[in-house]
Design a protein around this ligand. Structure first.
Ligand code: SF4
Length: 242
């Protein structure tokens, strides 16, 4: 890859290398869009295993969404306590459900599949507590809409590589990265998954395993000695090559 390559060329090149590394996956998520929506709220700053435990406990104790909506708040907080910040997430979930029942008469998101991507995004993001990341996960994973979830791992890896600038927010990264990629839901799903996995396994928060990384020769962060200050990453505790 030439140093003068455009961000779009570099994005596609990095994606191709990670596709060779991790393989192409079929689009998959939870079986129910409501599970995807509420699971994404539970997953915030929480491991996948704890998100799954919190969701299962909640549905065991409150099998219908009406019961989740109407549960005494302390009981719902207790049910989802495997997730971090249950006292914040429980009111979010109940508020979201009240809004859904008021707007549509049910906790059912299937109608989103019939809306355009823009209409579905706008509808979801008008819900209380639903931001860009959650909306894009639901729409890509469940409805195969061509959007790109940028979570903390995708944000960090793409920023270290230099696909987006050092101060670009995750929200802005969504628009920028999307403009570099084909509007193809399978490509976007794999881009999200591959950068997510790479951030979890190789390009980790404080001590990225650059010696094992297939992107090292095109990575701005590595080439600069790992000293760049990036909006996606807190200050590291020791230099990259220590
Ligand atoms: S070379 Fe290092 S900093 Fe760059 S993407 Fe790979 S692991 Fe991350």
């Amino acid at each position: 890859m030439q140093p003068s390559s455009s961000p779009a060329d570099k994005t596609r090149s990095a994606h191709q290398r990670l596709t060779e590394l991790y393989g192409t996956q079929a689009i998959q998520g939870y079986s129910d869009p409501m599970h995807e929506l509420v699971g994404t709220i539970l997953s915030h700053r929480t491991t996948h295993a704890n998100e799954v435990t919190a969701y299962r406990t909640m549905r065991d104790r409150f099998p219908s969404w009406e019961e989740v909506r109407d549960a005494p708040l302390p009981d719902l907080i207790n049910a989802i306590q495997a997730a971090n910040y249950p006292e914040v997430k429980a009111p979010y979930i109940q508020n979201l459900l009240r809004h859904l029942f008021q707007e549509t008469g049910a906790a059912n998101l299937d109608f989103l599949g019939k809306l355009s991507t823009e209409e579905a995004m706008n509808w979801l993001m008008a819900l209380p507590g639903i931001g860009l990341k959650t909306a894009t996960i639901v729409l890509l994973f469940k409805f195969h809409k061509p959007v790109l979830p940028v979570d903390t791992h995708v944000h960090r890896v793409t920023q270290r590589l230099g696909l987006i600038g050092p101060k670009v927010s995750a929200e802005k990264a969504h628009t920028l990265l999307l403009s570099y990629l084909p509007l193809d839901s399978l490509v976007l799903f794999n881009f999200h998954k591959h950068f997510y996995w790479h951030g979890q396994r190789v390009c980790t928060w404080y001590y990225p395993k650059c010696s094992e990384c297939v992107l090292r020769d095109i990575c701005d962060f590595y080439q600069s000695g790992g000293t760049a200050l990036l909006s996606s990453t807190p200050t590291r505790k020791k230099p990259l090559n220590a």
